[in-house]
Design a protein around this ligand. Structure first.
Ligand code: AMP
Length: 236
């Protein structure tokens, strides 16, 4: 292990953070960066930014995002392949990808995966938290009015951008995204369960402190041999 907890020096750790919509994948993928030396590759963020910029990609994916349906596999895989080329040997946490067995198989052909963090959070907990979620229009940073409040209401701490509710965080779209998760993405757990260590995280309190969850994840990764806890790196 190298100092940042990567499996080998010079080659970063590659993990997938897995879980239903609103289970905190994006938040925790970002929070784990300083401990694991990883960067986040979020397909949802890439697509939302493309839609916001009105780019060619944005025009192709917009309808899917607004309906809470999955963007076609070939397009997602192409986008990830391009991103990975620019990231070299960097440690990565994949957030929101893969979402189908076909995407997972394609990823296996592009890079190795060292482990999976499975955010196994009950739906009731998630729905209570999702309605409190806000995202910065400027930099994409995610807040939660229950636990991760901005310093000034409605304004991003990082860039001063306006905080808005995601268009796909409405009750109808949330329901559809859960259905899609259950049907198309959930089977991936079995796919990875027979290939790499899967660290299961669960809790029911919608207002749980993010530091506690980060700590639970790091403990789980340490037990799986994917992270060496340094005293200075303790999140609590
Ligand atoms: P997320 O932020 O990960 O919840 O993603 C938001 C939306 O982007 C999803 O509801 C899908 O429409 C689309 N999306 C993100 N990642 C993928 C993926 N790996 N495969 C298909 N669609 C995706």
């Amino acid at each position: 292990m190298d100092k940042r907890g990567g499996i080998m020096a010079g080659r970063g750790l590659r993990l997938i953070i897995f879980g239903p919509p609103g289970s905190g994948k994006g938040t925790h993928a970002a929070r784990l960066g300083p401990f694991l030396g990883t960067t986040v590759l979020s397909t949802g963020e890439i697509f939302r930014k493309a839609v916001g910029d009105g780019s060619g990609l944005g025009r192709r994916v917009r309808e899917y995002l607004e309906a809470g349906r999955l963007v076609p596999d070939d397009l997602v895989i192409e986008v990830v392949r391009r991103e990975l080329e620019s990231l070299g040997d960097a440690g990565i946490i994949f957030d929101g990808f893969p979402r189908t067995v076909r995407q997972a198989e394609a990823l296996d052909g592009i890079t190795r995966i060292d482990g999976v963090i499975n955010m196994d959070i009950p739906k009731e907990t998630i729905v209570r938290r999702m309605t409190a979620r806000r995202t910065c229009e400027g930099c994409g940073r995610v807040y939660n009015l229950l636990v991760l409040r901005p310093k000034v209401d409605g304004i991003c701490d990082e860039c001063g951008g306006r905080l808005v509710q995601r268009k796909d965080d409405t009750p109808e779209v949330i329901e559809e995204r859960f259905r899609v998760f259950q049907e198309q993405t959930f089977p991936l757990l079995k796919y990875y369960g027979s290939r790499v260590p899967v660290v299961r995280i669960t809790y029911t309190d919608p207002a749980i402190a993010p530091e506690r969850v980060t700590s639970m994840i790091l403990d789980g990764l340490a037990k799986a041999g994917l992270y060496k806890r340094e005293q200075a790196g303790h999140p609590l």
